[in-house]
Design a protein around this ligand. Structure first.
Ligand code: FMN
Length: 222
């Protein structure tokens, strides 16, 4: 099988796609993101809240993984996610807080790119967020050790049994490494694909004007 041939045969950006009203775009990128997200949910985009987060280690070597978007602070342009502070991403973020998040909504030909600095919330915020999760998610968090090497699957099963027991005895148990993070954007790009290749890109950049944060918007060549 010729891989290049296989790939050439695949369709992409078939459309029809929603219209992107650039002129009517709000002044803040968080607001436009929430508009796009609500439209994605309304139009049944599959898992629009599954996003790619890219971090980099202290030498600048990047790594990416998908995770769930938990919230958006539309006014202050914060994208919220949760993970283990001891995972690879958690360790990288503790040493280098600069990160990027990418979404692609296939059905709508829409891509969003967010980049900025990541801030970890205080432990109490993490605790509250953890306890709101359904039991299987709490169980996964209590098993812990995310991203550490594992000798075999039996090790996981033993940790799973321990975590179930812990949860039975202490339903309020919270793993100390569970952390809520916010990516505070200083740049957000909205990309609307077009089957005719007249793609539209709108970039927001944060500009500090005295005490108040403002945003500059500009179109980019596709
Ligand atoms: C659909 C999906 C959702 C996920 N959601 C999360 C999440 O919200 N938080 C998380 O830490 N990992 C999540 N993961 C697992 C991550 O992709 C990744 O394997 C894990 O966080 C370890 O990444 P790291 O070693 O780079 O730190 C998710 C994976 C998938 C496929």
């Amino acid at each position: 099988m010729e891989v290049a041939e296989l790939l050439r045969g695949l369709a992409v950006m078939v459309g029809p796609f929603p219209r992107f009203d650039v002129e009517g775009a709000p002044e803040r990128p968080g607001e436009l993101f929430v508009q796009w997200l609500a439209q994605a949910v309304r139009e049944d985009v599959v898992e629009p809240h599954v996003v790619t987060l890219s971090t980099a280690d202290e030498r600048g070597r990047p790594s990416s993984r998908v995770l769930m978007l938990r919230d958006v602070d539309a006014e202050r342009a914060g994208w919220v996610f949760a993970s283990s502070a001891l995972s690879r991403k958690g360790v990288e973020l503790s040493r280098n807080p600069w990160a990027a998040m990418t979404m692609y909504w296939t059905e709508q030909g829409r891509q969003v790119r967010v980049s900025g600095r990541v801030e970890a919330a205080d432990p109490e915020t993490g605790r509250r967020a953890f306890l709101q999760r359904p039991e299987p998610a709490r169980l996964a968090g209590l098993i812990g050790r995310q991203s550490a090497p594992m000798a075999d699957l039996a090790q996981f099963d033993a940790a799973d049994r321990e975590a179930r027991e812990l949860l039975r005895g202490h339903p309020e148990a919270v793993p100390p490494d569970f952390t809520v993070y916010t990516l505070w954007a200083d740049e957000v790009e909205f990309w609307q694909g077009d089957p005719e290749r007249r793609h539209i890109r709108l970039r927001y950049e944060r500009v500090d004007e005295g005490a108040a944060d403002g945003w500059r918007k500009e179109l980019l060549w596709p």
